[in-house]
Design a protein around this ligand. Structure first.
Ligand code: 5AD
Ligand code: SF4
Length: 445
């Protein structure tokens, strides 16, 4: 979502003559788009601000004064503190304010010109206003695009800051989503990933006042000519309806991959996490998905060392992982987040215990991922080759199962022909986090 938001910030700045630069010392405006989900991510902000302060100091006097902004969820949650701790920061704005970036930059520049210091703080929650302002839609350079359909979350898992930083659940209207998808396709996009913190809680309104769920939205998107592939992330087990499960059988364009976080395998811990599902109900969803879409690749998120988690309860997480079988997954040590209920729970787990559990879990998940990748060797699959690789003639894409795949054409001209296209690729080898393949026949060039 932060990648998407950053692209939208570029979009709103482009008409004002701004473009992206790879060199920070060349930038007239620096925006740090931050994440508050775990402490490590939030801490990085202060070290990055320090680095930018050095870069700003080293810039020649003749250059325009650099405007420094902190955006995103750390800004939302700790705006005042950033202002206090980091005088180099001119402005701080939350995820719902970035459409006002051009105005804020203009105001900051005017202050700089007068030699005054700038201190702008905007952490409003006007999410509908943001989406209205962004209706012009994104510029798109890649054949695969993100499309935000939903933002915020009402689930209040006891460990999570999202409901506080991103605010209440908000679904964009059906027509806005379909229009944006049409625009993306007109720009050459063939794959969209529908985004939302709780994307399968989507309930967008239609022009006639009906409410559509995600399954219905996916069906409508699948009718768009030229749009070949649909994905969605991130989902909550509670909102995994029969209709959405069946969409994995009925909608060909819906890719056989699902990121469905379970977080833990112990029912007691799941209850303490306020997840409103059990390990058994999660397993049941996976079984039903596999019944309708046998090759579906499952991904997930896991937290180890939630307050009070015992060795036996952690063992239940490992068991669940072994039973489900993941194609890939993300796993984290529990990180206490200020303002969330779990942060003040008694019996916080020692760092060493968390680290040991994480190592065990990641061993299991890594070997599952390698096993999954290895099983695909020899298969021919339609792959969207979305970008150029590091080697000449190399293209990089995602398999239908979301595996990163590298394809060597060994010919820059051929690579250009296949760039941005969906191509049949035979998987030739597997590594823990990616696979390699060769083009066997182009399906859509
Ligand atoms: N500590 C560790 N991991 C967390 N996540 C969310 N909050 C925390 C936290 N406080 C993880 C969850 C979520 C993913 C996006 O980040 O697994 O699904
Ligand atoms: Fe956070 Fe996801 Fe839980 Fe919402 S459903 S509170 S975003 S972990």
């Amino acid at each position: 979502m932060n990648v998407y938001d950053t692209e939208r910030m570029l979009d709103v700045m482009a008409p004002h003559g701004y473009e992206m630069t790879e060199a920070p010392d060349d930038a007239d405006v620096v925006v740090l788009n931050t994440c508050h989900i775990r402490e490590k991510a939030a801490d990085k902000v202060y070290s990055d601000i320090g680095r930018i302060r050095q870069i700003k100091k080293a810039r020649p006097e003749t250059r325009e004064e650099m405007v420094v902004a902190v955006a995103g969820c750390v800004a939302q949650a700790e705006g005042d503190e950033i202002m206090r701790r980091a005088p180099v920061v001119d402005m701080v704005f939350g995820p719902q304010a970035y459409h006002r970036l051009p105005d804020m930059v203009k105001a900051a520049k005017q202050k700089h010109d007068k030699g005054e210091s700038v201190r702008l703080l905007d952490t409003d929650f006007a999410v509908d206003e943001k989406f209205e302002a962004l209706d012009a839609g994104p510029r798109q350079q890649s054949a695969a695009a993100f499309l935000t359909v939903q933002e915020g979350c009402d689930k209040f898992c006891s460990f999570c800051v999202v409901p506080y930083t991103r605010g209440a659940e908000y679904s964009r209207s059906v027509s806005k989503v379909l229009e944006e998808a049409e625009r993306l396709v007109a720009q050459g996009v063939v794959e969209v990933t529908l985004l939302g913190q709780n994307v399968n809680a989507y309930h967008g309104e239609t022009a006639t006042g009906e409410s559509w769920d995600l399954a219905r939205l996916i069906e409508a998107l699948a009718d768009i000519r030229g749009l070949e592939r649909i994905r969605y992330t991130t989902s909550h087990p509670r909102d995994m309806t029969d209709a959405l499960i069946n969409a994995h059988r009925d909608v060909d364009k819906l890719m056989p991959y699902l990121h469905l976080p379970v977080q833990a395998g112990s029912d007691r811990i799941l209850k303490e996490m306020n997840r409103h599902h059990t390990a058994a109900s999660y397993r049941d969803i996976i079984d039903r998905l596999r019944a309708v879409c046998p090759d579906i690749a499952i991904s997930g998120d896991f937290i180890v060392g939630f307050p009070g988690e015992s060795d036996a309860e952690f063992a239940e997480t490992l068991q669940l992982v072994r039973d489900v079988g993941y194609a890939q997954a993300y796993s984290f040590k529990y990180s206490p987040r200020p303002g969330t209920p779990a942060a003040t729970m008694a019996s916080q787990v020692d760092e060493e215990v968390k680290a040991a559990r994480l190592a065990l879990l990641q061993d299991e998940l890594n070997s599952q991922q390698l096993a999954f990748n290895t099983r695909t060797v020899g298969q021919v699959m339609a792959v969207l080759l979305e970008r150029y690789g590091k080697q000449p003639g190399q293209l990089v894409g995602r398999s239908p199962y979301m595996q990163a795949i590298h394809v060597d054409t060994e010919d820059a001209g051929l690579a250009q022909t296949y760039f941005g296209k969906i191509v049949n690729v035979e998987v030739t080898s597997a590594a823990p986090h990616s696979i390699k393949g060769r083009i066997v026949q182009s399906s859509n060039v």
